[in-house]
Design a protein around this ligand. Structure first.
Ligand SMILES: Nc1ncnc2c1ncn2[C@@H]1O[C@H](COP(=O)(O)OP(=O)(O)OP(=O)(O)O)[C@@H](O)[C@H]1O
Length: 263
């Protein structure tokens, strides 16, 4: 499924009646089966953009189009959140089955699908546990299993590994690459980590300060399947330096505007 974002703007009302312009006439596209990472300075509107793509918010102007054949009967998008967003009183398997339950899939079938996805993420042993019994990494594996179990056309990920420790993050990145290489969903993945973006993405979209627009789009040159050895490639260091310079400039611009009370 290809995503076309055409001149999309979005703002929020401020307490004083004025409007905070967050996304400003942003245009870009994500190809079918492409893995795109989005980076940008803090507070520039990355989550707002994801919410627009996930249908949680409506653009003030412009248009978002999903182009391509819809598969069986999965949703257009599923979101994986940084804070897992699991339902605390449901078991892990029932959390993963939740989307299927909403679609009226039979109890037997949805548990079967949920267990398949738990196995795919290596956490079938925790099927009957409650979310609080699991570590952050295990909970996020359940979050990914839940998003994929409903078989969406597009997977939207909002800094999914930001809350876990560095070692777990490394494992989750590797697992996500493996799972994605098998089912090739279109993925839009927000991250603050340039290294993570270079490891995971086919393409990186760099956003500027609010009202955010695309500053640059970079094709990541490393072949797949990828592993951590990409970090040894001289192009990795070069791209990391380039992206950091872009991000630093955008962050400084945002801080200046904030200090001068322009936003
Ligand atoms: N529902 C809302 N109502 C009012 N303002 C909002 C709302 N949601 C977000 N904002 C504001 O919009 C701006 C962009 O927020 P958003 O969360 O989209 O940015 P972000 O780039 O994802 O941030 P971060 O990098 O910190 O995760 C922020 O100033 C935020 O306070």
């Amino acid at each position: 499924m290809r995503i076309e974002i055409d001149n999309v703007a979005k703002g929020y009302p401020r307490a004083d009646g004025s409007r905070l312009s967050v996304v400003g006439n942003l245009s870009t596209a994500v190809e079918a089966q492409e893995f795109v990472c989005v980076i940008g300075p803090s507070g520039c509107g990355k989550s707002t953009l994801l919410g627009l793509l996930g249908g949680l918010r409506r653009p003030d102007s412009g248009e978002i189009r999903f182009v391509g054949e819809r598969g069986a009967d999965g949703p257009l998008t599923s979101i994986v959140w940084q804070d897992y967003a699991l339902i605390p009183w449901r078991s892990i398997v029932d959390n993963v089955a939740f989307g299927l339950e909403l679609r009226g899939v039979s109890a037997r079938r949805r548990r079967e699908v949920a267990r398949e996805h738990l196995a795919m993420m290596g956490i079938e042993a925790f099927a009957d546990a409650k979310p609080h019994e699991l570590s952050g990494g295990m909970r996020q594996r359940a979050g990914i299993a839940r998003a994929l179990a409903s078989d969406p056309e597009v997977l939207l990920m909002d800094e999914p590994f930001a809350a876990v420790d560095a070692q777990t993050r490394t494992l989750l990145q590797d697992e996500l690459l493996q799972v994605w290489s098998r089912n090739r969903k279109t993925v839009l993945f927000i991250t603050h980590s340039i290294e993570e973006a270079l490891l995971l993405a086919d393409r990186i979209i760099v956003l500027g300060p609010r009202p955010t627009r695309v500053v640059e789009e970079i094709r990541v040159p490393f072949p797949r399947p990828r592993d951590r050895d990409v970090e040894l490639d001289p192009r990795f260091t070069e791209l990391k330096r380039h992206l950091w310079a872009q991000l630093r400039d955008a962050t400084l611009a945002a801080e200046w505007a904030e200090a001068k009370g322009e936003r």
